[in-house]
Ligand binder design. Sequence first.
Ligand SMILES: [Cu+2]
Length: 94
Amino acid sequence: MTRATMDIRGMSCGHCLNAVSRALNTLDGVKVEQVRIGSATLEYDPGRVTPDAIRDAVADAGYDATVTPGADDVIPSASEGSARPSTDSSLRSE
Ligand SMILES: [Cu+2]
């Protein structure tokens, strides 16, 4: 399995989270780890699905996504310049 992160534009609410989650979960060979507003992390089997297919599935759901394979952790904010949210309780497991 290959780890990948996604930047997803156009998400704004829980409905978007559900739509993106559903789109990703319908893909064969994809194991979704986390979906958040604007990003997602997942693992995929390169023998069964490609980053392009993952992006297309999210595009079909109505969102413009970028898939970055091989990234090991949460997307670094080098190109964003925005601080990481400090109120995300789902990240507070450690
Ligand atoms: Cu929404």
